[in-house]
Design a protein around this ligand. Sequence first.
Ligand code: NAD
Length: 547
Amino acid sequence: MTARITAQRGTDLRCQGWRQEGLLRMLENVLEVGERPQDLVVYAALGKAARDWPSYERIVAALKRLRDDETLVIQSGKPIGIFKTHPLSPIVIMANCNLVGRWATSDVFYDLEQRGLIAWGGLTAGDWQYIGMQGVIQGTYEVLAAVAREHFNGDLHGRLVLTAGLGGMGSAQPLAAKMVGAVMLVVEVDGDRAAQRVSDGRCDMLAETLDEALERCQQAQQRNEPLSVVLVDNASTVYTELVTRGITPDVVTDQTSAHDLLYGYVPAGMTPQEAAHLRETQPALLEQRALASMVAQVQAMLTLKERGAVVFENGNNIRIQAKRAGVEQAMTIDIFTERYIRPLFCKGIGPFRWLALTGNATDIAVIDDMILEAFAENELVCNWIRLARQYIPFQGLPARIGWLGHGERTRLGLLVNQAVREGRLSGPIAFTRDHLDAGGMAHPYIGTERMLDGSDAIADWPLLNALLNCSAMADLVAIHSGGGGYAGYMTSSGVTLIADGSSEADYRLEHVLNADTGIGVLRYADAGYTIAQDMARTSGLDALNLE
Ligand code: NAD
């Protein structure tokens, strides 16, 4: 397959109905906005939309003939069969990359992957929910906003944030920094990618040298002006050099694909091309060198922390890699979820998303207005929508992320479905969310690290979430586990709903959106979080697990 895939726009249907057509467009869309579509890779180095091209073609053909009372079953990106179910069942269910406990290691994963038996779906690649950088950016923004609130009296103007990685997810960082007013220095090892991020406006400028980068950052800090500077270099080298020079940024994190030693992190002193060559010739040596560089980077992060920087991991497992290599102190670095996001998850507030399936950006603007009116009292989401309108370019099918919570998502879903029905939108809207949501993930080093009751590694919760979403009649439900460097580290669930304006869609939206956030609230209530227990009590959830 060589032709670039793009999501179909307009109102012509290729499938039996909008539910199927919507999911097909989302599959096409993840490749349209993905990082290496020729390899079916969407993001995070190896997260794929389908197992291989023959599987992709068969999924497309299946979606085209799939009827409303049938369910397509997909195993790790390969279609397995279509079953007669009933008109309110999900039309697609998936299990991607789930290995039995003792076998859930990266070695087993790569062996199975090379034999064509498994594919990693990332979180939102394999279940066709990824919407590019625009999907992660509010999370990145909310984390920086929380950092500002907790450590800098609510204001990051004049502050320097150091990070690395401008990949699918990481490229949200400079824009999010701009939205909070900070100055950001991003280290990216891939020169082409860095240049592309500047030319597409996600980053303000390229610096030739570290000296130039630091000078430009300092000038912007002195003027209290937001600025993002990208330096083409290796994170390990630059972080270490800053320690040597005695320069301590205010905030330090990293978003290279450090979770994957083989595909995700270029060792110090190498170009991405040299790393790719070593991957072919001496993969074990590449892993060894990548790990050594990560150790140096994490040690630098620890020193910067000691010197007063606010340092946190952004969900790429870099602390874990360093800990495995003997840097015990690595785990003293905070994980962003526990520190900044958990209080929101306790109320079911998390990365809710919607896509305009006809490709009409005006639909997103209409929904923005709807939110500003219907959720006027919700400062978090209204503030976000105003910023998003100003700063965030669309990628692929126009889409928006809005961190709404339990009850709010249902309300928005129903308002939007009514607008589709009344012709105020040009066509159906798909609702989905990140897996890293209140009920959607067990990941003891990201989503569920240091849970109050120690239930970090219990994967029952995302599995129950998926089962419940099937029972509540979602259109697509997926269960994922980690692959590549994430093998054995996590289990999560995904869900998608198509609001096509029908009364049946009202029924689905009401049940699924309530259930999806409701189980999240009860998960945190169960772990002993009082915010979640209060939410469960006041929001009418029929909870059986509260004292
Ligand atoms: P990606 O693979 O698309 O991009 C990684 C980038 O890092 C690439 O541009 C690569 O060139 C660069 N890079 C690699 N090694 C480097 C080095 N040593 N120095 C400087 N740059 C280097 O990955 P992505 O989709 O951007 O995701 C990044 C990480 O964040 C992954 O580990 C992913 O799993 C994790 N993640 C976190 C969240 C979250 O919510 N915080 C969400 C999704 C993904």
